[in-house]
Design a protein around this ligand. Sequence first.
Ligand code: P6P
Length: 337
Amino acid sequence: METPTKLRNIITINEFIRRQEMEADQATGELSGLLMDLVLASKIVNREVNKAGLVNILGSESTANASGETQMKLDVFANEQFIAALENGGHCLAVASEELDHLLTFDRARQRGAHYIVAMDPLDGSSNIDVNVSIGTIFSVFRVEPGKRVIMEDFFQPGRRMVAAGYILYGSSTMLVFTTGQGVNGFTLDPSIGEYCLSHADICIPEVGALYSVNEGNVPEMPPGVVAYLQECKTRHNPAGKVHSARYIGSLVADFHRNLLKGGIYLYPPTQKDPNGKLRLLYECAPLAFVCEQAGGMASDGERSVMDIVPEGLHQRCPLYIGSPRMVQRLLACLHG
Ligand code: P6P
């Protein structure tokens, strides 16, 4: 019997990951297993995100995260799901999370001789949860010595040494976008079969776009070069040759994803409240920088590539200018005169 055409053209994320593994020299299957653990957890989180308004999972927990920010119940739930999937999978030696003060280590993975560690923001944009705005998970994967008893310093690796990175966007549809250093691919969750299917193969960010994402309320506190750049965006005198549109959802993954597909720039500069910017290097800026660079884009902290910054703390913040290369280059020219 002929395979239905629709089924024949589906490439699930697990199939895609396995194919990449077969093409990689000396692949052990460990990274594939770890990525699939993240896929599983994201499906469970997606189920809860999609009904957050219907069950008693909204509203803030009494607890606070590592930065003292009130944790929404879905934050806590998502953190628990990704940790459980990574611990049970046995491919991850340790996890650093925005929701945890300190890293978590897993003995079974150490006994198995596993050699990967994960840094994650399990649910970014959580202030949007109870107003039904898109939110996201961001993750980065690094390598360490097999079976190592992981310490905090093992996470202090520059993005250049990242093995994989990606995000899940819980939006009008749920997408998982990731890279292992061989380009960027996007998968859309088909709830009818519970599978992520390849929907955006080999994503390349447009060299220039006419979208900018920034909290304009912070303009009075921003460096003059950033203010000058934003002024240019409001005229035709910019790399795009046209007046830009401001698009700021207040959810990093959603803003980044739109700019990745359409071309644009996301900016979170230093402010008086956050002199090093608000976003976290290890599990927000660096993984998105890896994805962005793999898609042909650029990511800078205003001085250097985000991928070259060596972290000195799990929750270290850094300014972020990320997106279409000609837009980031223009921003840097405005910053440095
Ligand atoms: P602001 C959400 O809290 C977040 O970490 C990002 O997802 C988002 O882009 C940014 O902060 C929004 O910050 O200061 O503009 O509300």
